[in-house]
Design a protein around this ligand. Structure first.
Ligand code: C2O
Length: 545
């Protein structure tokens, strides 16, 4: 078991994409940022130095952070931001996780450019539960704005309107040659005929779920979010922001060049989205000798942007490889609505701040509470030190009203209340959460991410969750373990986990525009009795506000 030391210098660097050079916030001048590779059981020590003009934090997406919530990273949840000119060292150990994760900024929309892969290999001497791949390649899907992403979100917050959609999708930071000025900006992945390779697909996009495919090749899914799955074969993946999917791909086609392509799965009806396609090229080494660039790659067929049938056929295929440790009894049963809403323009507010539909401004909520970040303390510090007045623990276990969640409802139900409300769990509680999508303003698929935990997805379906009939669909045998669940458009997902990691853990939609609008809540998990069931003390350089 090793300790890996890294320095992350957050700094602006000129980056050229789509014909323009933009000053871009990067890590060590790299976009995307460095790939970190470790073994299960290793410790990471990452010293983050902020030389940018923005506050920043780094989140290690999917790392359990058992007892080390101080290193989790979401701004104002587990730490105050690292101010310009300051630094903070994240220190944590990978415990029992193997596969693909990633890291990203967790402050405003900085993660648009501040992200990278975190690859966790099995412990030394242990092997994969599949034949060793010849090569392993991270495929980071991203979204690129010509404008500064921080300006894009600031403009949306100021006006109450929806933010501009991205100008391109990217693979490993490159848009690919279907975009203007991008013929040189295409990722090329070389393969030898006959070999089997591992692609570690990560959706680092800000606001868009993506379909991903490789022309003429089958993909065998073997893991997701650092959990192995019963292998299954597919021609297309649907990956939500935050999710990772590991696939084996065999180079069993005639030697040639094949496009890998990704584009939107955009489930919200009528809402604008970036309808472009990013590509990379899978190039057989023997396919061309000198003039490869002149050989047109084979183009794949991709599902239509609104193909919910394909998206859910994919997400429902996941199974644990063996009998899962899913809790069969539960101590806490939450029913949480997940969706957009619109806020009435407050009296006295200027109309320039209410440029949402019909003079409203956008909001989003869970159980009608639109989450507000504190500003003077992080929630974790306030909890640990018993500082009052920073949050309350009255997040409702049920929606305040029953209504037809996926139908058309009256305007009065559109108005969420704001608050910093947590839900308290005793250590070891067995928790079930029914995540119910709503159609209040527009129905949409939501990738819901829980910090500090993996959870079992025991069922999903369309329409309103029915307590009597849908419980019969629960899979308590081999449900998949994930850290980010795709809650289907106009539907629901049921998750279970055991609250065995003390701290304050954010649960939110991983579409950043939705978290900007308040689609979040947090669990406060109390310490258990022994020290090994308790949160560690904060590190000395822990940033306070
Ligand atoms: Cu990947 Cu709260 O984030």
């Amino acid at each position: 078991e090793k300790t890996h030391y890294h320095d992350f210098v957050i700094q602006a660097e000129p980056v050229k994409r789509l014909c323009n050079i933009h000053n871009t916030i990067t890590v060590n001048g790299q976009f995307p940022g460095p790939t970190l590779e470790v073994n299960n059981g290793d410790t990471l020590v990452v010293n983050v130095v902020n030389r940018a003009q923005y506050n920043v934090t780094i989140h290690w997406h999917g790392v359990r952070q058992i007892r080390t919530g101080w290193a989790d990273g979401p701004e104002f949840i587990t730490q105050c931001p690292i101010r310009p000119g300051k630094s903070y060292t994240y220190r944590f150990t990978i415990q029992g996780q193997e596969g693909t994760l990633w890291w990203h900024a967790h402050s405003s929309w900085l993660r648009a450019t501040v992200y990278g892969a975190l690859i966790i290999h099995p412990k030394a001497g242990e092997s994969y539960p599949f034949p060793n791949p010849k090569r392993e390649t991270p495929v980071l899907l991203g979204e690129w704005w010509n404008a500064n992403p921080i300006d894009v979100v600031r403009q949306a917050t100021r006006t109450g309107a929806a933010p501009n959609v991205s100008d391109a999708y990217t693979m490993n930071g490159q848009p690919g040659d279907l975009y203007k000025c991008s013929s040189q900006d295409t990722t090329i992945i070389h393969v030898d005929s006959g070999e089997t390779n591992l692609l570690r697909v990560i959706n680092a996009g800000l606001n868009q779920q993506l379909f991903f495919t490789v022309a003429n090749h089958k993909l065998t899914v073997i893991g997701a979010d650092t959990n192995y799955v019963k292998p299954f074969t597919t021609s297309v993946l649907m990956v939500g922001p935050g999710q990772t999917t590991d696939v084996l791909i065999k180079a069993d086609q005639p030697p040639a060049r094949y496009y890998m392509a990704a584009r939107a799965y955009a489930s919200a009806q009528g809402a604008p989205f970036d309808n472009t396609t990013t590509t990379a090229i899978l190039e057989y080494k023997s396919s061309c000798s000198s003039n490869c660039a002149n050989t047109n790659p084979v183009f794949p067929s991709l599902p239509a942007y609104n193909d919910t049938a394909t998206a859910t056929a994919f997400t429902t295929k996941f199974r644990s490889p063996r009998k899962a440790q899913v809790p069969t009894e539960i101590d806490e049963n939450l029913f949480v609505t997940v969706g957009l809403g619109l806020e009435n323009c407050p009296s006295g507010a200027s109309s320039s701040s209410c440029q949402g539909p019909n003079g409203t401004r956008f909001a989003a909520s869970m159980n009608n509470v639109s989450f507000v970040l504190p500003s003077n303390f992080s929630l974790l510090q306030a909890h640990h030190q018993g500082i009052r007045g920073v949050f309350s623990t009255d997040f409702p276990a049920n929606p305040p009203l029953k209504f037809n969640y996926t139908g058309n409802v009256t305007r009065s139900l559109w108005q969420p209340i704001r608050g910093t409300r947590l839900y308290k769990l005793t250590y070891g509680a067995r928790v079930q959460v029914v995540l119910q999508g709503t159609g209040i303003f527009t129905a949409e698929n939501h990738p819901i991410h829980l910090h500090g935990y993996d959870f079992y997805i025991i069922a999903e379906g369309f329409g309103n969750f029915n307590q009597k009939t849908d419980t019969a669909k629960f899979n308590l045998v081999d449900p998949p373990l994930r850290n980010t669940a795709s809650v289907p458009v106009n539907g629901w997902t049921v998750i279970r986990f055991v609250a065995d990691n003390p701290g304050v853990w954010l649960m939110h939609c991983h579409l950043d525009v939705h978290i900007t609008w308040g689609l979040a809540m947090a669990f406060l998990v109390e310490n258990g009795v022994s020290e090994l069931e308790s949160l560690e003390a904060p590190p000395e350089d822990f940033p306070v506000c």
